[in-house]
Design a protein around this ligand. Structure first.
Ligand code: NAD
Ligand code: WQD
Length: 342
């Protein structure tokens, strides 16, 4: 069974391709490499022994996108990861985010319709919940105002798919990821931020390796157990496996409606300072960090209720914060070793 993965050269797409292949699926990828290189495809091949074809196509170009679907009429589903995801950038470049994330989605849906693709899985985000205080969040928690244009593209993307699914035969799943972290245990694929990272875990590993001089903890005066923000850090291979499970769920017609939504988190809230401690413990590296002011737009705390995904998708997150940090660190070290050996 063949699956079309958009954004397959990116962080979560690449890990998902590995899990799909390990579960017997064939995969083709579409990625314009606007925010990636083809490096992770080499890692996928080393891990799985399978060479994955990537079509270097901008999904905002309908004609080119259509040509990929035309060539792959035998797919059982599409997993749509491709999007721009930098929250801060989206605040300064809202039109870029609306144009890219929504046009690409609409083009994918047009092709899904034209080629009668039966199943669709969409990358959504916990950012759709906005500044919610109802914790842990369940899928029914009302979506508050989006805190960034990026988050708004995810809220709108969900609605577009919901409306589309109401009047078309495609079965869809919206997966709301919490904070994906870590890397494949082989250290052959991992997160590869182009330029300066914003997310906590790459900032931690890049500080520890010396690429960044110092980490700033954005605030320690919140009303949380140690004053720093709380998040639900979930290993990327657990996220990846949920996509395989979601696709299998749709293929086996176990879904109850044409469009279902699932939270993908561990259910555990971890503070920034606890994440740093976990990293220091597994790496033996003392991290150079200071406490700085709060970051604009940060929610104080958010973590998932993941019962629905556990029960319906028969999915279980297996990897905790320490192993998440360990694999992220091993990946960072492998990147350095690669540079040193060149
Ligand atoms: P990523 O940037 O590593 O991968 C996204 C890939 O999509 C990139 O390789 C990029 O080149 C490609 N892409 C973007 N626009 C494209 C277009 N128009 N045509 C073709 N390719 C295009 O990001 P990721 O972390 O792997 O995220 C994957 C998805 O998950 C995104 O939709 C993101 O919004 C969502 N998500 C990510 C996180 C996170 O923290 N990483 C959390 C929640 C949701
Ligand atoms: C985590 C915590 C920071 C960097 C973002 C998106 C969200 C989703 C996941 C896509 C926060 C703190 C961070 C640093 C710090 N992505 N931090 N120093 O903001 O929870 O979520 O990624 O959908 O939409 O908003 O993730 O990794 O940036 O931050 O103290 O240098 O780490 O304040 O509390 P965030 P993050």
């Amino acid at each position: 069974m063949k699956v079309l993965v958009t954004g397959g050269c990116g962080y979560i797409g690449a890990h998902t391709i590995v899990d799909l292949i390990n579960n017997g699926f064939d995969v083709v990828s579409v990625d314009s490499n606007i925010r990636s290189t083809t490096q992770l495809l080499d890692g996928i091949e080393k891990i799985t022994g399978k060479k994955v074809r990537n079509y270097k196509v901008d999904l905002c170009n309908l004609e080119d996108t259509n040509a990929v679907f035309h060539e792959n009429r035998d797919i059982v589903g599409v997993i749509h990861f491709a999007a721009l995801k930098a929250v801060g950038e989206s605040v300064h470049e809202p039109l870029l985010y609306f144009q890219n994330n929504l046009t690409s989605l609409i083009n994918v849906l047009k092709c899904v319709k034209e080629y009668n693709v039966p199943n669709l899985v969409f990358s959504s985000s916990c950012s759709v919940y906005g500044n919610t205080t109802a914790l842990p969040v369940v899928e029914e928690t009302p979506l508050a105002e989006a805190q960034s244009p990026y988050a708004r593209t995810k809220q709108m993307g969900e609605k577009i798919i919901e409306d589309y699914s109401r009047v078309n035969d495609t079965q869809s799943i919206l997966l709301r990821y919490f904070n994906p972290v870590g890397a494949h245990p082989s250290a052959l694929i991992g997160e590869l931020p182009l330029g300066k990272p914003d997310n906590l875990v790459p900032v931690i590993t890049q500080t520890a390796i010396g690429k960044i001089p110092k980490l700033t903890v954005f605030g320690d005066d919140y009303n949380t157990k140690d004053g720093s923000c709380v998040r639900d850090y979930i290993h990327v291979m657990d996220i990846a496996n949920a996509h395989t499970k979601a696709l299998q769920y749709l293929i086996e017609h176990r879904n109850e409606s044409n469009c279902e939504v699932f939270n993908l988190g561990t259910g555990n809230g971890v503070t920034v300072l606890e994440a740093i401690k976990a990293f220091e413990k597994i790496s033996g590296v003392k991290l150079n960090y200071t406490i700085g002011p709060r970051r604009e737009g940060d929610v104080i705390a958010i973590y998932a209720n993941n019962t629905k995904a556990k029960e319906k998708l028969q999915w279980e997150p297996k990897i905790g914060i320490e192993d998440s940090m360990r694999t992220a660190w091993q990946w960072e070290v492998s990147l350095r070793n690669k540079v040193l050996s060149n």
